[in-house]
Each structure stands twice: as structure tokens, then as C-alpha cells.
Design a binder for this molecule. Structure first.
Ligand SMILES: [Mg+2]
Length: 263
């Protein structure tokens, strides 16, 4: 942990402009303990305390970068001075994303309603399936179904995915007992973080625990200190690792202390 903090502050010393630190953090599993449902997730208090104080320091940006909707993330985190980035980078209030990405977001929103109607029609015939609708993604989950019903649903969804992919702006992605609809444009947490870092300046730092965070680790390679939260043995593009959300909070505490000592 000492090494991570040392590296971050040596980058901060080299940073030009008013920004000293740009701390970008995933929320679920990184700043919160993994919970059975997204609603049940709670900000881990030591992490929240450290980030609240860091966000009040001059020259320090605290950005939360999540798959959640920004409105939901803001409510969960409650940090008034943080920058919020939702939907895996697609939602970044105050920033204009590249024109094809913005166009793709608009097309997605237009196709969302008929797509949802189609998916709900299928879901209603399979008790146990449920739909999570966010601003820029719709996910049908069916992992709770018995094997036979799940197989029947998967077959039906495969057909539906073809129809859905023909709707303007939609991309249907089949995953592990999920079907997800997303905008067509390729954009991810890493692309959003590069925009953030360019605007805010300072030494970059990114910490996250999930596959979507790997996009950020890769995009920020050489440009930020990257920290994976999770067990040893899982491959990651991050430069450093801490085992869990408790250690992640401890690291933030150390960054706060180092930043405070500089004041
Ligand atoms: Mg996460």
C-alpha cells in the first residue's frame, strides 16, 4: 500500500496545472461490500469518510464511476462534491461525449420502449425472471429459473435478440443467464476516465473490482495508478491489487493522510 501511495504522490508532484489528484473509483464491491441486490448495497463507512474529506481538499477530484444510473449512484453515495459517472461511462453529466456516442445514446433511448415491451412479454411467461432497466442498458436476468425453463427461455431470447438487434441504436448481448441491451457505440469506463482526467488534471488513480473496470485499467495504463480490488490469482490489467473493500478503504485513508500532510 505504501508503494501505491508513494507512486501516486510522485505523479502528483509532476502534475502541471491546478489539479493535484484525480481519484476515480468504482462503487459496488470497491467502496461497498458486495450485496445480494443493488438496492441492498451500502457505502462502507470508512471509505465514505475518507472520500468525503478528500473531496473537500483543493486540487483533489473524487469521481465515482459505476454501472449504475447517475441518479441512483448519487443517492447511494451522497458526496456533494464528487463527480458522478454512470452506465459504465455513458452518463457523464457536464461532459460532451464524442458525437457518435451521443447519437447512439439518443437512438438507444428511442428504441428502449418497444424493446422493453418485447422483453416484458417474454419475461411474464417465466416466473423468476426479472428486468433491470437503467438509462442506457436493459438487462433481463433469468438465473433464478429452473434448468429446463432457463433453457427454454434462452432459446426464446436468442430469437428475440435477433429482432432486438435490428431496432435502431440497440445492441443485444447474451451473457451468463442474462440478455443485455446496450447502445451500439463502443464506449466504456476507460474512455470516460480519460475525458475526466484530461479535464480535471492531476495524478490519476483508478480502483475497481469488476470486468468493466478492466477497461479503465487498460485505458489508463501509464497515465494513472490502477488498483484492482479482489483476490490474488484473478488476472487483471491493474498495476496493483488490494484484497477487498476494507483494504480499499484503508488505502483511501492513507491517501487522505498523505494529501493532508501536504497542506
Ligand atoms: Mg464493482
Amino acid at each position: 500500500m505504501k508503494r501505491i501511495v508513494r507512486e501516486l504522490f510522485s505523479r502528483a508532484d509532476e502534475a502541471r496545472g491546478p489539479g493535484r489528484l484525480c481519484l476515480m473509483l468504482d462503487f459496488d464491491g470497491t467502496l461497498s461490500e458486495m450485496a445480494p441486490t443493488p438496492e441492498a448495497a451500502r457505502f462502507y463507512p470508512p471509505a465514505r469518510r475518507a472520500l468525503l474529506r478528500l473531496s473537500r481538499l483543493p486540487g483533489v477530484t473524487v469521481a465515482l464511476v459505476s454501472g449504475r444510473d447517475v441518479s441512483d449512484l448519487r443517492r447511494k453515495a451522497g458526496l456533494t462534491r464528487a463527480v458522478y459517472c454512470g452506465n459504465h461511462g455513458l452518463e457523464l453529466p457536464g461532459f460532451r461525449l464524442p458525437a457518435p456516442v451521443e447519437a447512439s445514446k439518443r437512438a438507444f433511448r428511442r428504441s428502449c420502449r418497444p424493446a422493453l415491451r418485447l422483453l416484458r412479454g417474454i419475461k411474464d411467461r417465466y416466473p423468476g425472471a426479472w428486468i433491470q432497466a437503467k438509462r442506457f442498458s436493459v438487462t433481463l436476468h433469468y438465473r433464478a429459473l429452473p434448468d429446463k425453463a432457463a433453457a427454454a427461455m434462452a432459446a426464446e431470447l436468442r430469437k428475440a435478440a435477433r429482432a432486438l438487434s435490428r431496432m435502431p441504436g440497440l445492441r443485444a448481448v447474451e451473457g451468463k443467464k442474462v440478455l443485455e441491451l446496450r447502445p451500439r457505440a463502443a464506449f466504456h469506463k476507460g474512455a470516460a476516465c480519460l475525458l475526466l482526467l484530461a479535464r480535471r488534471g492531476g495524478a490519476g488513480f483508478y480502483m475497481g473490482d469488476d470486468v468493466t473496470d478492466e477497461d479503465a485499467f487498460r485505458a489508463l495504463r501509464g497515465r494513472a495508478v490502477t488498483v484492482f480490488v479482489g483476490p490474488r490469482g484473478r488476472p487483471t490489467a491493474a498495476a496493483a491489487r488490494v484484497p477487498d473493500h476494507r483494504a480499499a478503504a484503508a488505502l483511501l485513508g492513507r491517501i487522505l493522510k498523505a494529501a493532508g500532510e501536504e497542506e
